[in-house]
Design a protein around this ligand. Structure first.
Ligand SMILES: C[S@@+](CC[C@H](N)C(=O)[O-])C[C@H]1O[C@@H](n2cnc3c(N)ncnc32)[C@H](O)[C@@H]1O
Length: 259
């Protein structure tokens, strides 16, 4: 059984990363109510659970059992039966589910957790082999806000405060530090730090170390096209921003028809 790096931090994910602006975007891209959808890196089901109400069947895979446990609890609470949604442990860099899907998504920058070329190739090849004829995949990464040299220069062991969130009996302090950045490939290795306080007393601390591989707008399109896909649409965010102009890179693509 692989180590679950998110075991201590999973309970804080929905509190700290409660973004909702992308959910209507993905809901609108479910092609029809009978569609089969695959979410790679479904986590706590932030997107998977609302999408389950919009499609015929949604399959989620994730490598964190702690995140999947929360996702299963939410599916149960929403009354969504196993015939409509299922989640399973799996590695999105190396997966074979033996069936295809009309829509494949990986919301909230999931693919940036894959640091090596081999993982990225495995991920994109997995999408190619699981996409039904005429099906669409949508990937999202953030747009780097600086050139590589600046990102490298910003690496620091200093902690950066992000936000305090009120929770029952106290608050959750979310911060991060980025002690390591590599140039080739360009990967940030941030540590996300969660500290829970009851009044002024620290009662829990969890640190999650992740990889965030960076892609610039043209590079991201070239990567997708280089794996035999045809880009259908692209956006710079979830509020209609032009590609390359917002804080996100969001690309919809399909398999190039065999010649
Ligand atoms: C930022 S969360 C996004 C979760 C969800 N897609 C969302 O939009 O809220 C990234 C998720 O990707 C999962 N993940 C990262 N690398 C993975 C891998 N190689 N295989 C499977 N899941 C992975 C993590 O466990 C985590 O749940």
């Amino acid at each position: 059984m692989p180590i679950d790096y998110r075991i201590d931090a999973a309970k804080y994910y929905d509190l700290c990363y409660h973004r909702v602006d992308d959910i209507p975007f993905y809901e609108q891209r479910v092609p029809e109510s009978s569609a089969r959808v695959l979410e790679l890196g479904c986590g706590t089901g932030r997107v998977l659970v609302p999408l389950a109400a919009r499609c015929g069947f949604i399959q989620g895979i994730d490598c964190s059992e702690a995140m999947l446990t929360l996702c299963r609890e939410k599916l149960r609470a929403a009354g969504i039966p196993a015939s409509r949604a299922a989640v399973a442990m799996g590695d999105i860099a190396d997966f074979d589910l033996g069936r295809t899907f009309d829509l494949i998504i990986a919301p909230y920058r999931v693919m940036q957790n894959l640091a090596t070329d081999a993982e990225v190739d495995g991920f994109l090849n997995g999408i190619a082999s699981h996409l039904a004829p005429g099906g669409t995949a949508i990937l999202n990464v953030f747009k780097p806000n600086a050139v590589p040299a600046t990102l490298l220069a910003r690496s620091s062991p200093e902690e950066v405060f992000e936000r305090d969130i009120l929770v029952e009996g106290g608050y959750l302090r979310c911060s991060y530090r980025t002690p390591r950045v590599t140039r080739t490939p360009l990967v940030l290795y941030p540590e996300l730090i969660y500290r829970r306080y009851a009044g002024d007393q620290l009662v829990d601390e969890a640190v999650l170390s992740i990889a965030m591989r960076c892609y610039y707008p043209d590079e991201f399109l070239a990567l997708i096209e280089g794996h035999g896909f045809r880009v259908l649409e692209k956006w710079g965010g979830y509020a209609g921003e032009a590609y390359g102009e917002g804080g996100e890179l969001v690309v919809a693509f399909t398999k190039e028809a065999a010649r």
